[in-house]
Design a protein around this ligand. Structure first.
Ligand code: ATP
Length: 360
């Protein structure tokens, strides 16, 4: 059975008096057994501090952490049976790959054939069994990170903690390793907490994500929930490109900006609460159409950036910030309009994808 992590009212204050900073500011979270859970947020939001409190490297100021109901809040790291992988790999250069992986087993007095077997299995799981006798300096960054992962997994930890493990790697390797780390974590059933500031990493790998800001969780959910139903401007923008539009609620199902009105499926309670509303619409839920098409807002094309599989159009629409539109397969058979910059165009938002967000 995997490990459930329960975090309640967790606080970490660094410094005292005027200089005191609440790096983690009252976090409640339950991470389910076997879950691949992401702590995501901008630099300084407190994600590393939270991870280090789960690992036992930082002592919380208030609150508690329990593994399967057992309080570990102030237990030292070696009493928690966690495995950790850092951004910097932290392998010993004078030891071979196999010796690096065996390190945690030596500490636990697991030696001989049993140790050799466990090292072989851990290296096979990360597809590094062929490199057992090499030194870390003879490996690429991606290979070193696989070894670091094997070293963390070989002790069969109750909880695996990953601190920006891919940020030193190039884009292609990052992509490959994303899939592999997810596969390894899910097949082992180990509860995993993964820290990153890269939203693509979180969206592509996580079971659930907690988005942090100023030491607090601002939204918690599956990647799809966070991307498709952000509660605030901050969440909407952090998870990807979006159009943020201040509009007036007209009759139900319609929003108005200076350039005109457009259809939007907004829950009825908004109509009773407020007249002005901020909505987020993703560029891929926005279409470029001929100017004057019924239901479209009229604007003027500012620029088009051709990227091969997509094109990004930027359209000036009165009363809105420049509207971003992502077109898939531009100039393909279904791409019917190819305006030049400066020409009038129409903009259509998918009414089901217009999401009201808090302005902060
Ligand atoms: P990054 O992505 O840049 O690593 P982070 O989200 O992991 O950021 P933390 O490292 O947890 O953020 O830091 C949260 C806040 O706590 C920051 O404002 C940071 O300056 C502060 N902080 C972290 N460690 C200490 C420390 N040892 N002493 C004082 N302040 C600290």
């Amino acid at each position: 059975m995997g490990t459930r992590i329960e975090i309640s009212q967790l606080v970490k204050v660094f410094g005292v008096g005027q200089a005191a900073a609440r790096a983690v500011d009252g976090i409640d979270l339950t991470i389910e057994p076997g879950e691949l859970f992401f702590l995501l947020g901008p630099s300084g939001c407190g994600k590393t501090t939270l991870l280090r409190m789960i690992a036992g490297f930082i002592d919380p100021t208030e609150g508690c952490i329990a593994f399967n109901g057992k309080d570990v809040t102030h237990a030292p790291p070696n009493k928690r049976n966690t495995g950790m992988v850092f951004q910097s790999y932290a392998l010993w250069p004078h030891m071979t790959v196999a010796q690096n992986v065996a390190f945690g087993l030596n500490v636990r007095k697991i030696t001989g054939e049993k140790q050799a077997q466990m090292v072989r299995e851990a290296l096979a799981a990360v597809q590094m069994d062929k490199y057992a006798e090499r030194k870390p300096t003879q490996l690429s960054g991606g290979q070193q990170q696989r070894v670091a992962l094997a070293r963390a997994m070989v002790i069969k930890p109750d909880v695996l903690l990953l601190d920006e493990p891919l940020s030193n790697l190039d884009a292609k390797l990052r992509n490959d390793l994303r899939h592999e780390i997810r596969r390894i974590c899910k097949s082992s059933g180990i509860t995993t907490v993964y820290v990153t500031h890269d939203q693509k990493e979180a969206l592509s790998m996580a079971d659930r994500v907690a988005l942090l800001r100023d030491g607090k969780v601002v939204q918690l959910g599956s990647p799809r929930e966070l991307y498709r139903a952000p509660r605030s401007k901050f969440v909407a923008e952090f998870l990807g490109e979006t159009n943020l539009i201040h509009a007036r609620l007209a009759e139900p199902g319609t929003l108005t900006v200076e350039a005109g009105s457009f259809a939007a499926k907004i829950a009825p309670e908004y109509h009773t609460k407020t007249e002005q509303i901020l909505v987020s619409v993703r560029p891929e839920a926005t279409r470029l159409v001929p100017s004057g098409e019924p239901g479209a807002l009229t604007g003027r094309l500012l620029e088009t950036t051709y990227l091969g599989e997509t094109a990004q159009h930027l359209v000036e629409v009165k009363g809105c910030p420049p509207i971003k539109i992502a077109e898939l397969n531009p100039f393909g058979p279904s791409s019917t309009i190819h305006p030049e910059p400066g020409e009038p165009v129409g903009v259509v938002f998918d009414p089901n994808e217009v999401v009201p967000v808090e302005p902060n």
